[in-house]
Design a protein around this ligand. Structure first.
Ligand code: PLP
Length: 293
């Protein structure tokens, strides 16, 4: 189905609806030719974008790291309203009508200015299925220690850039091996993150639940889903922890998820061929934390 696309630029700071059946991207656009730009992918349920302030804050941070223009909150909100009003019907799920909403800033054509896009489309059924069926995953080395990137600003650690070729390549690779998802590990076998997700681990304790995730500042994209879930856990009085986590911590956990904005929580059912424990009740509780945060 053709997505709904709204463009923000100097001529239309509040956004202008484009005809997505016509060409939109110039062949010299550096977002397209070099992956030079930033983006966010968000979930919209019944017309309301979830965690919008968290996404706008991360987009702003990414844009600062790339030194690229960011249209700013008022423009994004106006363009989002226009895009959502114009969007085709979303995917109907137990949560409501769901759309995937992308915000994207491209460096644009060299002789022109950067621009923003809001892109709205129905959530794919395969993404919804992951919430209930879970995913099988393999641990794979990232190839270098991302913690070392954090003091090298040109490596853009913590920025959500359009350069996702490696993240897509690792997913193709695990699929040739019969798995669905990849979890990157560091040179010291520390758990880092999924190809397009954060890793969250739960242990039931005598006093409640403890959830943990790898330290988001160590070359790992700070996940807005992870952030919102941890806010909910703190409100419940649960213990929260920021790794280091190692493969054994996942193998012996009471539940492990790959978390991201549109998929929400995909329980990891198998890691490197070994079955992992899952906990439907905890999946529901954590999903509920995301409803309002
Ligand atoms: N880590 C990476 C590398 C990602 O690409 C994503 C999302 O696409 C995430 C983590 C999860 O981020 P969020 O929860 O904000 O969607």
């Amino acid at each position: 189905m053709t997505p709904t696309v709204v463009r923000i630029d100097a001529h239309s700071p509040q956004g202008r609806l484009l005809d997505a059946s016509q060409p939109i991207i110039d062949v010299e656009d550096e977002g397209y030719t070099r992956g030079d730009g930033v983006f966010e992918t968000m979930l919209c349920v019944d017309g309301a974008v979830r965690k919008l302030p968290r996404h706008l804050a991360r987009l702003d941070h990414s844009a600062q790291l790339l030194q690229v223009w960011n249209p700013g909150e008022d423009s994004w909100r106006a363009a989002l309203d226009l895009a959502l009003q114009s969007a085709a019907e979303g995917t109907t799920t137990s949560l409501g009508r769901e759309h995937t909403v992308k915000l994207l800033v491209s460096r644009g054509v060299p002789s022109e200015q950067p621009y923003g896009l809001v892109i709205v489309s129905p959530v794919p059924a395969s993404t919804i299925t992951q919430r209930t069926d879970g995913v099988t995953a393999l641990l794979l080395p990232r190839g270098h220690d991302p913690a070392e990137d954090t003091s090298l600003p040109w490596l853009l650690s913590g920025a959500k850039t359009l350069s996702y070729a490696i993240n897509m390549a690792v997913l193709r690779y695990v699929r040739t091996l019969g798995a669905q998802e990849a979890v990157f590990i560091g040179t010291d076998r520390r758990i880092l993150e999924g190809a397009t997700s954060s890793v969250i681990v739960a242990h039931r304790t005598e006093s409640g639940v403890r959830i943990s995730t790898p330290e988001p500042n160590h070359g790992i994209l700070p996940g807005t889903t992870q952030g919102a879930i941890f806010a909910g856990a703190r409100d419940e009085g649960w213990e929260v922890g920021f790794g280091p986590l190692y493969p054994a911590d996942l193998m012996e956990a009471d539940a492990v998820w790959l978390a991201s904005s549109v998929r929400l929580l995909a329980p990891v059912t198998q890691l490197n061929g070994q079955a992992l424990a899952t906990d439907d009740q905890l999946t529901l509780t954590l999903t509920e934390f995301l409803r309002t945060r």
